[in-house]
Design a protein around this ligand. Structure first.
Ligand code: SAM
Length: 230
């Protein structure tokens, strides 16, 4: 429902402006972290590397307009900007965006091909050749995922790339078992999605799946789908 969306979003936004910011900035960095966080860091980097490799393989990255929705600290935006793509990166968390901007200043020096904004992805407008949204669907309950993907699809002229934690029997069991053990503190709810549900939403928007990948490490799981307009 509308209220669920609002509540979940407020919780997610507050989390990524406070404890979630500290936790994820460290995971998405290169300093010392614990073993679980190190595993998640490596898994996430693998997801980023997969997407960057797909885009580089197409050999058309220079000046390609890309929207990175829910950009976090810029883990994807920065390498793509380095390749010359025109990036619009946004995140609901002001802290995340500020961190991304600082990292951009350090790694990209005077590059002007990346623009940052603090924005809920549902309020994004404009048209981009490619829209990418990595590891954000984990914050969306199933009933809100379709609306979110429909909106991103409306911004994508050619391609939409999504990643999400897949809902499989195996992972559901692992998660249940995990609840009996003390693990990393989970301050927000984590929503997994059935791959067939996500594919159906993409197809309903006139997209078809072109490339797929799966990152799985001990504590990190992410299904990556590249969907192109038919
Ligand atoms: N996409 C980045 C990456 O892969 O490095 C960050 C992934 S992080 C797990 C999830 C990010 O999604 C957080 O930075 C969070 O603030 C952002 N986020 C969650 N809900 C959002 C929304 N409705 N609009 C924009 N960003 C959102």
């Amino acid at each position: 429902s509308m209220n669920t969306t609002t509540d979940d979003k407020t919780i997610v936004k507050d989390y990524f402006n406070a404890t979630g910011f500290d936790r994820w900035r460290r995971i998405y960095g290169d300093g010392d972290v614990n073993k679980v966080q190190k595993d998640i860091r490596l898994g996430h980097q693998q997801t980023i590397d997969t997407v960057v490799a797909w885009l580089k393989a197409d050999e058309n990255l220079a000046n390609l307009s890309i929207c990175d929705a829910g950009c976090g600290v810029g883990s994807l935006s920065l390498p793509l900007a380095q390749e010359g793509a025109k990036i619009f990166a946004s995140d609901i968390s002001e802290k995340m965006v500020t961190e991304a901007q600082e990292r951009a200043q350090k790694t990209l020096k005077e590059a002007s091909n990346v623009t940052f904004a603090v924005q809920d992805l549902e309020s994004l407008t404009g048209n981009y050749h490619t829209v990418i949204c990595l590891d954000v669907l984990i914050h969306y309950p199933t009933e809100d995922a379709a609306k979110m993907i429909n909106h991103l699809a409306s911004l994508a002229e050619n391609r939409l790339i999504l990643s999400f934690a897949p809902k499989t029997l195996c992972l559901t069991l692992l998660k249940k078992i995990g609840e009996f053990f003390p693990g990393p503190s989970k301050t927000t709810r984590a929503y997994q999605h059935k791959e067939k549900d996500i594919i159906k939403i993409l197809e309903d928007n006139g997209f078809s799946i072109q490339r797929k990948d799966m990152t799985s490490t001990r504590f990190y799981y992410s299904r990556i789908l590249e969907a192109v307009k038919e």
